[in-house]
Design a binder for this molecule. Structure first.
Ligand SMILES: [Zn+2]
Length: 105
């Protein structure tokens, strides 16, 4: 599998993997940061906020730009500026994969 495509899967439901990471990066703003810098997570609701499985499947939000496009090196890829730039080019400039914008509640 194309490594960018493989890495893209790790930008969602990635709480456990980011906890296991030493460095994280954002495919949208191409910034590097530490896992502990991440303060925003999505995926929990009032119904599942106490569910350990749901907690592990939360999706990280970038502490710099708020995008759900965070990768940690715990996913097995070396997270560095070059790799993030390639991810950014693949998904945010050419939009190989385009997901519809989430509706605001
Ligand atoms: Zn970002």
């Amino acid at each position: 599998m194309n490594e960018l495509l493989a890495a893209y899967r790790y930008t969602s439901n990635n709480h456990a993997q980011i906890e296991a990471s030493k460095v994280c990066g954002c495919c949208n703003c191409v910034e590097l940061f530490k896992p502990e810098d991440i303060v925003g997570w999505t995926g929990l609701t009032v119904q599942n906020m106490d569910d350990p499985k749901a907690i592990r499947q939360q999706t990280a939000m970038c502490p710099r730009c708020g995008s759900e496009a965070v990768l940690g090196d715990g996913c097995g890829f070396a997270i560095n500026a070059n790799f993030l730039a390639r991810m950014n080019e693949a998904w945010f400039q050419r939009t190989m994969i385009h997901r519809p914008a989430q509706k605001k509640p």
